[in-house]
Every structure is written in structure tokens, then in C-alpha cells.
Design a protein around this ligand. Sequence first.
Ligand code: BGC
Ligand code: BGC
Length: 630
Amino acid sequence: MKNFHALTAGILLATTMSHAAPKFSEHDQQVDALLAQMTLDEKIGQMVQVDCAALKDKSDVQKYFLGSVLSGGNSDPDTGNTAPDWLNFVTQFQNQARQTRLKIPLIYGIDAVHGHNNIDGATIFPHHVGLGATHDPKLIERAERVTAEEVAGTGIRWAFAPCIAVPQDEHWGRTYEGYSDNTALVTKLGAAAVIGFQGKKLSAEPTSVLACAKHFIGDGGTTNGIDQGNTICDEATLRKLFLPPYVAAIKAGVGSIMVSYSSWNGVKMHGNKYLLTDVLKKELGFNGFLVSDWAAIDQISPDYKYDVEQSINAGLDMIMIPNGAGKSNNYIEFIDDLKALVAEGKVPQARVDDAVRRILRIKFALGLFESTATDPQLTAAIGSPEHRAVARECVRESLVLLKNEKNILPLAKNIKHLAVVGVAADDLGMQCGGWTIDWQGGRGNVTHGGTTLLAAIKQTVSPDTQVTFSPDASDLKNADAVIAVVGELPYAEMKGDRSDLNLSAEDAALIAKAKASGAPVVTILRPAADFEFRTGRQRCVRRRVAAGHRRFGPDGRFVRRSQIHRQIAAQLAGQRGQIRRAAIPVWLWAEIILSAAEVFFVGGKFFYQMIARCSGGRHIGLPGGMLNAS
Ligand code: BGC
Ligand code: BGC
């Protein structure tokens, strides 16, 4: 009965929504005319997306009529990693496509998930959890506009973003890729991001970049937050928690959706015809195309040909193919299998035609048939001060002040001696987190143009202020205040799954050492692993701060949880006006908790924003915009 009601509600919703969903049908005459000329090989080629590193040779684009190429997190140009390298690289694939019989342009895809993050010197934005903390759809739209311009500047017109997961368990390694645990907030911000990437409408404008809402559906609901795991719930719950962001993204015109690795009640999403075709395409009226995740169909069963059959019949339109494990160049295997399946009648020709029609519609909508040229000014503007200013604004708006005991903040600009401690204070790679240059991110100077927290502090204090830095807090003598920076190392996807969410022993020791100096301590916590948000934002703040205090209580005193709850609750209550804005990504905490990312000293004072709400989950690294503080 419950499910019945949910279904009824879903259908009602869909009736309203499908009217709003763009049909991408403006070019259908051309699409149909083209389709009528295409051989089965040419059609199947359109449905294949190969990782550039898995291509045997670039000419395979031409040979197999490939519809798309992507760069996975570790797949870079062979010549280098600058924007011109990327533009040149992508153009070579495009040129191959334009030499095919029907000259159907290629669409190149990339994970521009917090800025155009694979490219050296591009503007790095906070991860989604940081953007979620801003609660500001207009700002997110602007951020993704900048990202779209940078993506377009490398000849790419497709970003695998936004991730509109609604993470329910912060043990999940991808928590930071979601805006929030709150469905309504994700719904609003995801739609804004789509408009940021694509514009009001997906179009032939050179900077209209195809967005990709991902990962459909329930990626953030898996048991124990296990990446690619199983989401167990009834349909009403699935719809309530995870569907609204897709409804809104479709309404905003999203042209592509990526399917989730995860399962729903034990059934792999990549084989779930009901959700992919009946719900997403028919009920919600999604007229764009569905792309698989990286080698994800391989997980349906041990039989690859069966996986191809299941996934295409379930409604997948394009399959993302790296070198599968132990399968070199398995795009060729995919092509052979799909061809055989059509011949055997196991995959209807009509299904193939539908998939190709959807892909071609998007290519026409993007104007790729007319031009795939890139304006050199877009390339030159990658990482520009104007773009970085937007990233910095995102950081500012995302700050979270958890507590400010004894009103130690703001610190005076002319404070005499500031001791900065913690390796994370001077590590760009840690600030940026995963999905930065490499899939897993990295330590140290991973990219150009960024500013570490330490550098930003030095640039901001008065000329009379002495700033000393000791990674291990060994130099605290005569400090008037200590800024301790702690947090996780970079990671991405399943590598970030954690069973233990406590601070590391090293970080705990660092804070204890800072406190032992007797100077006021400002702790900046990148809360990748120290954050509980399942029960809502205020409780989350209370619980975590309480937990923190129990471990690292001021002056070694044990502070009762209920006491902290009261304090924080009062603080939150008193900050209502600002509560709407900031939220999660940077936690400054201890004697004082201030978000460090808006680095500092505006108008002679440390600038900070009181918090707020815990919108999101954990955040790896200080919001990337910190990088851009100049
Ligand atoms: C991730 C996707 C990503 C894709 C391509 C997958 O492992 O789940 O989010 O878009 O790889 O890099
Ligand atoms: C790729 C990523 C991908 C991941 C999935 C990595 O090698 O670079 O893009 O998401 O594999 O396992």
C-alpha cells in the first residue's frame, strides 16, 4: 500500500515534470535523416565511449566510428598537462571523428567536478560539500559557468558533473562529492549547477557544456556507506530521498545522466530497466542520454556479453569503457558483442536506434556538427584572476565557525607572533583533495597558481607580525596565537571509505601540543573524517564538537557532551541570520573554531563567518578556492 501511494505520487509528479523536461527535439529532422544513413557499425560506434588511455590508437576513433572519448582521473595527454596540451590532444580525437564517412563529431567527456580539475593551472573550486555549505544556488551557477568556460577552453564540451548524490553515511569515501545530506538542498543546488554548465538551455554557444547528473540512483544510500555498495530501502524511500534532485536536473535541462555503480535492493543499477527506462526516461520524461560509469556494466555478471545485453536493454545509451580488468581494449569486445546481440534479436534494433537518436540530439543541440573549434581566448582565460575570484568567493561563503570561546576571534591583524602548525597548512595537494590533477589527488604542489594556507596567512598579516611555521608544532615559543591545521590526506571514491572517523593520532597529538603552549588555539579542521551528519545539521555540529571535546577538551578537562550541546545549540540559535549560508567544509575548532579558508584579516581583522548548518558531509582538503587566494 505504501509503495502504491509512492507510485501514485511519482506518476502525478511526473505528469507535471515531463511537460517541463526539454525534448532536445529541435534538430530531429536532421537526426532522423542522419540515422537513416547509418550502418549498424556506425550506430554502435556512437554508443561507445572509450577512455583515451585505453585506446589502442587514436585512429580507432575513425575505425570504429566512436561516438565519445573520455579522460578518466589518471588519463592525460601524452605531451603534458597544460591547457594547450589538452586542447591539442582533444582536437586530435575530434579530427579522427571528422574523417569518418558521416563526419559525426565526437563528444569528449571529463570529470570537471571541482573546476576543470585535471588541468594544470585551472581554477580549483571547493568540492561539492563545500559548495553545498554556501546554500547559494546563484553562486554555484556562477562557479559552474566558470568551470564550463575552462572546460570549453580545452575543446571539451561535456563535464561529468554535478554529482547529485545525497550522502546518508559519512563513512562513504565519496561524501565530499555530494552537496548535502539534505535532499531539498541537493535538489536546488544540482539544478543550479546544470544551468551553470549548460546555460539556460543546452546550445551551440561555445561555452555551453553538457552536464551529467550522477550517479543515478541511490549512490549515497549504500549500507554502511560502502562505495559501489547496496542501497536497501523501499521504493517510497528511494524516491523521497534520492529522486528529487534528478527531477529538478531534468527540468533544468540536463542532457546526460550517469548511472550508479551501486545496487538497489541487490540489483545493479546498470541492469535496472524499471528505474532507468520506466522511471527516468518515461515517467520523468528524460530525453537526453544515459551513460554508464567506468567499466560498471562489467559488474552485472561474470559474462560480458550478458552485461552488454542487460545494460543496453535496461536503457543505457552510451557505455564508458576503459581497459576492463584483464581485458585489453575491450571496446572491441563490446562492439562485437552488441553487434551479435542485435543479430540474435536479443537487443532490439529499435533500442539501438533510440540510444543513437538520443546521443545525436545532444550533439546537434551543442552545435558540434557546425563547429568544434575552440576560441583561443577561452584557453587563455583558464585559471585567470577573474575565475579565481569566483572560487575564492565560494570558499568564503562556505566557511563554518563551530565555536569561538572567550571571543578569541577575530584575531587582530597586528598580532605579534602567530604560530602556524600542521603539515596541512602548507600543502596545496591536501587543500585540493581528491580529483585534482590525478584521480586520487596528491601531496604538495600538485598544480600551479594556488596559494597554501600558510602563504595566505603570511600575505595577510600586518608587516609587523611574525609568522612561524612548524609542521610538527615544535616551534610555539612566544606565540600569541596558534593556528593548527589538521585533516585527511587526499583520496577519491572507494579509497576514501572509512570505518573510523576519528582524527588521526598525529592530528590529535598536534592539537594537544598546541594547547599545551598556553596560547589561544585556532584549529582548522578539514572534516573529511570527523563529521556526522546523518541526523541533521545542528545535531551534527553538536555531536562532533562534543566528540572532539571529549577527546581534546580544553585544558585537558573532560567536557560533558550535554554541556557542549547546550553551548552549541545556543550559538546556533543566536546566529540564525547567518545560519543559512555557511556550513561544512572547513571546521575550525578547539578553543576557537573558525573556518580558515577565507583567509584572513579583512579590515584589520580575521574575517570569518559564523556558522551554520552542516549541509554536507566531509570535505577533503580546504576548499580548493583557498588555492586561489592571491
Ligand atoms: C566515477 C565517476 C566518474 C568516472 C570517470 C568513475 O569511477 O564513479 O564519477 O565520472 O569514473 O572518471
Ligand atoms: C580512473 C578514474 C576512475 C577510476 C575508477 C581510475 O583509474 O582514472 O577516472 O574513476 O579508475 O576505478
